[in-house]
Design a protein around this ligand. Structure first.
Ligand code: SAH
Length: 379
C-alpha cells in the first residue's frame, strides 16, 4: 500500500499520471487529505467513484499513531507518536498556543546523531530519519486533534489554529533533507496547509551545504543554533562545528539571505551558566554576526535528568540580553510558560532505540516521569 501522505504536490501528480489520472485529480485528493483532514477515500465526494475505488485498492492515507496526548494547564499540548509500531520508538510534537498565533513544533528524526552536549534528544542516540508522511503527519494529526481542519465549501479566511510551524523538535532537519523539503512544500502549498514561508522555520545546528540547498529548494525562515562565539567552545557544545566551523557557517548565513533582503537569520543561543553566558561572550557574538541581518533568541538552559549544565540566573540572562540590545540587535528570551508536560526545548526525548548503541546506557525518559517543566514560546 502506498501512503499518500508521503507525497508532495509534484510527486502525487506524477503518481496520478502513472494511474492515467490528470493533475487536477491529484490536487483534489491533496485538498481532501490536508485541508480537510480526511483519511477515507469514500468521503472525497467530488472525486469520481471509479477513481475512489481504484485508490482504495492501491493506496491509503495513514497518519501517525498517538501513543500519548498530554495537555498543560495553559493549553500547550504534546503528542507522543509511535513509530514503526515498535514499543520504545516514538517521537514528540508540541502545540504552543499564544494570543496571536499557534505554533506547532515538529520532529524530523527518531533521535539525533549530532550529540550536542546540552540536548536531551542528542543523549538518546539516533534511530532513523522520519519519512515525509511521518513529518507532515504531525501537522496533519495536530490539525485533526485540535479541530482545526477546514470544512469543504465553508469560508476559511478566519484565523488559523496552527499559524506557524517550527522544525525544532527531535532531530536535525537538514540531515533528513529530501523528506523535510517535501514536507515543507506541503506546508506552503495552497492545496494543503497554505502557510506563509515566513511562518515556517527550519532550525539547524549548521549543516552548511544543506543550508545552501534549502535556500534553492524552499526558502523558509532559517534559525541557526549558534550557542558559542568561538570555534573552541562551539566544538565542545555543537560537535558538528568541527566539520563546519564558524567562518563557514557565517558565510552560509549570509548566502541564505542573499536574494531575500527582508529576511533575517534567527540565532538560537542556549544560555549555560558559566559556560557561554559572560559579557565577553555577548560582545564576541556581536562581532561574529556583525554582517548578518539577524535576531537572537536566547534560551535559558532547560535541565533534564543526567545533565550537568545549569541555567543562569534571571539577572545574568537579562544582562546578556541587554548587551545585545544596546548594540541595536533584537534579542528575545524564549519565555517560560507554566507547564507540566515536559515539552521544553532540548527536553523532547520521545523514545529512541539507539541503533548505534553508543549511548545504550542512557535511560529513556518516560513521559509519566515528568517534573514540572518550562514550556517556551517561539518568536
Ligand atoms: N537540530 C536542530 C533543531 C532541534 S533543537 C537544531 O540544532 O537547531 C531546537 C533548539 O533547542 C536548538 O536551538 C537547540 O540547541 C535547543 N536546545 C537543545 N537542548 C536544549 C536545552 N536543554 N535547553 C535549551 N535549549 C535547548
Amino acid at each position: 500500500m502506498v501512503n499518500l501522505l508521503d507525497f508532495d504536490a509534484e510527486s502525487l501528480t506524477a503518481w496520478f499520471a502513472q494511474l492515467g489520472e490528470r493533475p487536477f485529480r491529484a490536487r483534489q485528493v491533496l485538498r481532501w487529505m490536508h485541508r480537510f483532514g480526511v483519511d477515507d477515500f469514500a468521503q472525497m465526494t467530488d472525486v469520481a467513484k471509479s477513481l475512489r475505488a481504484k485508490l482504495a485498492e492501491t493506496a491509503e492515507i495513514r497518519g501517525p499513531v498517538s501513543v500519548r496526548d498530554a495537555s498543560a494547564a495553559d493549553g500547550t499540548r504534546k503528542w507522543l507518536l509511535g513509530v514503526d509500531g515498535e514499543v520504545g520508538n516514538a517521537i514528540e510534537t508540541v502545540f504552543i498556543p499564544e494570543a496571536n498565533r499557534g505554533t506547532l513544533c515538529i520532529s524530523s528524526q527518531v533521535g539525533c546523531a549530532l550529540e550536542c552536549s546540552f540536548c536531551s534528544t542528542g543523549k538518546q542516540g539516533f534511530n532513523r530519519n522520519l519519512k515525509t508522511a511521518e513529518i507532515i503527519g504531525q501537522l496533519w494529526h495536530a490539525n485533526r486533534m485540535l479541530g482545526a481542519v477546514k470544512q469543504p465549501g465553508i469560508d476559511d479566511s478566519g484565523e488559523r489554529v496552527i499559524s506557524n510551524v517550527v522544525m525544532m523538535g527531535m532531530g536535525e532537519p537538514l540531515a533528513n533533507f529530501d523528506n523535510v523539503v517535501a514536507a515543507l512544500k506541503l506546508m506552503l502549498d495552497d492545496n494543503a496547509y497554505g502557510l506563509s514561508r515566513r511562518r515556517v522555520t527550519v532550525s539547524t545546528a549548521g549543516l552548511v551545504p544543506a543550508m545552501d540547498r534549502l535556500r534553492e529548494s524552499v526558502p523558509v525562515a532559517l534559525a541557526v543554533s549558534l550557542h558559542a562565539p568561538t570555534d573552541a567552545l562551539r566544538d565542545q557544545l555543537v560537535p558538528i562545528n568541527r566539520k563546519y566551523p564558524l567562518r563557514e557557517l557565517m558565510a552560509a548565513c549570509r548566502r541564505y539571505l542573499e536574494n531575500a533582503p527582508r529576511d533575517f537569520i534567527t540565532f538560537e543561543y542556549v544560555l549555560l551558566a558559566g559556560v557561554n553566558d559572560s559579557d565577553a561572550d555577548a560582545r564576541a557574538l556581536l562581532e561574529l554576526t556583525r554582517k548578518i541581518p539577524c535576531k537572537f533568541n536566547l534560551i535559558p538552559f532547560n535541565p533534564f535528568p543526567g545533565s550537568d549544565y545549569r541555567r543562569p540566573t534571571a539577572e545574568r540572562v537579562r544582562h546578556f540580553q541587554e548587551i545585545l540590545m544596546n548594540a541595536e540587535v533584537v534579542a528575545t528570551v524564549r519565555k517560560t510558560r507554566g507547564g507540566d508536560i515536559d515539552a521544553a526545548c532540548g527536553q523532547l526525548a520521545g523514545q529512541v532505540r539507539d541503533k548505534s548503541r553508543r549511548l545504550a546506557s542512557v535511560p529513556l525518559q518516560p513521559m509519566h516521569n515528568v517534573q514540572s517543566v518550562a514550556l517556551e514560546t517561539y518568536p
